[in-house]
Design a protein around this ligand. Structure first.
Ligand code: MTE
Ligand code: CO
Length: 390
């Protein structure tokens, strides 16, 4: 509600008095006027609070970094309350010397800082059979992107001495779900890391404090939080999370499994159902996010007329492999209804598919790995709805 007394040429209220002093908030919080910018969950998707998910408010953010307090959460048995002094990371199995590291031990290895997206394989899963949830927070909000500080997993495995017949590693969580996944040794030695900081500060409890595994470009499920053990083996473990879950049943009755890479994907975050166009016709900024588990995004195209004409969007900010990319497309809105879509390309040559292309390849039973092109319908009054067009 606009208060005319605050508007020029008047002297606004906030200019008349001293403001709060330093230390009013020893740990700073966003402006109270931003209180609506929060993670949100979907009631009917939530069987219990402990085995649940909430979503990043993508439509309220800009740039490529997700603030720590807004990173979506996905827990299978709630947030483990792990004490950093009692934290231990064990490496066992096919190694010369089984080892147990404290947090301080981890911090004596050379550290690296890298920016990566994490996307749950189930992101957009509710949209597989048709347009469902009204808001990019809910359709695409199981993704975040932060700078991790940690130790390359390679150094820890080298310290333990991996045996020549080793082919796989199995990270395991210290939460009561004991979350575990099989990861090929090749990936573990390539770019995985054990992270203890995100965006410069300690991991948040929700994100696996005090340490989590980072598995760049691959299913969020493999990024084990509250890490307690890494077993080295010669075969995959066929854990629950890679057999009964995180597999896709195809039309022929066979299931796709070990589908690790999160494919090329993009979404327009503004305008979108929770972020309608509030201005009248004229100068308009369209914005969105694109990412690929294969590497860098090289190009994003957008359409405002349901795919008749495509325009190359402008990627702005850092273009880092396996990280979110921010794109913009500035245009003059003539006030008529629009059908908005974005399509991303990556440096491995992949192009984001349409939802119908995905369904043709994978049938209608899938949940995971929906990277299909999203459509938003902008109406003449500026409101926006989640729709599908064929
Ligand atoms: N690790 C443990 N120990 N327990 C879990 O429940 N959930 C996984 C993964 N790691 C999970 C876990 C899933 S399915 C996802 S998508 C990511 O963590 C979510 O990470 P976030 O909560 O930091 O967004
Ligand atoms: Co997940």
């Amino acid at each position: 509600e606009v208060n005319p007394d605050n508007l020029p040429p008047n002297v606004a209220d906030w200019s008349r008095y001293l403001g709060a002093g330093v230390d009013a908030a020893p740990y700073g919080m966003p402006s109270e006027h931003e209180a609506h910018v929060v993670r949100r969950s979907v009631e009917w998707l939530t069987a219990s609070r402990e085995s649940s998910v909430n979503f990043t408010p993508l439509h309220e953010l800009d740039g490529i970094i997700t603030p720590n307090g807004l990173c979506f959460e996905r827990h299978h048995s709630g947030v483990a309350d792990m004490n950093p002094t009692d934290f231990r990371l064990m490496i066992n199995g096919l190694v010369e010397t089984p080892l147990v590291f404290t947090l301080e031990d981890l911090k004596r290895f050379p550290r690296e800082n890298r920016i990566y997206f994490l996307e749950c394989a189930a992101n957009s899963g509710m949209e597989w059979r048709g347009a469902q949830l009204n808001g990019c927070q809910f359709t695409h909000g199981m993704v975040h992107c932060v700078m991790y500080t940690g130790v390359p997993l390679k150094y820890l495995l080298e310290e333990a001495g991996v045996k020549t017949n080793a082919r796989w590693v199995m990270p395991e969580g210290g939460d009561s779900a004991g979350m575990n996944r099989s990861i090929p040794l090749e990936k573990a030695l390539d770019d995985c890391m054990v992270a203890f900081k995100m965006n410069g500060e300690a991991l948040r409890p929700e994100q696996g404090y005090p340490a989590r595994l980072v598995v760049p470009g691959w299913e969020g499920n493999m990024w084990v939080k509250w890490l307690r053990r890494i077993e080295v083996g010669d075969e995959p473990w066929h854990a629950r999370e890679e057999t009964s879950k995180y597999t896709d049943l195809l039309e022929n009755g066979k299931a796709r499994r070990f589908t690790w890479v999160m494919d090329t994907k993009s979404v327009i975050t503004n305008p979108s159902p929770q972020a309608p166009l509030l201005h009248s016709r004229g100068q308009t900024v369209l914005s969105g996010l694109a990412w690929s588990g294969n590497g860098r995004i090289t190009r994003v195209d957008v359409t405002t007329d349901g795919g008749r004409n495509w325009h190359q969007a402008r990627i702005d900010g850092p273009s880092l492999p396996k990280a979110l990319h921010r794109f913009y497309y500035e245009f003059d809105w003539d006030g008529s209804p629009l059908l908005l879509q974005s399509r991303a390309y990556d440096d491995a040559g992949y192009v984001q598919p349409t939802k119908n292309e995905l369904r043709a390849a994978r049938g209608t039973n899938s949940i995971y790995h929906n990277n299909g092109i999203q459509t938003w319908e902008v109406k003449a009054d500026g409101s926006v709805e989640n729709v599908e067009i064929s």
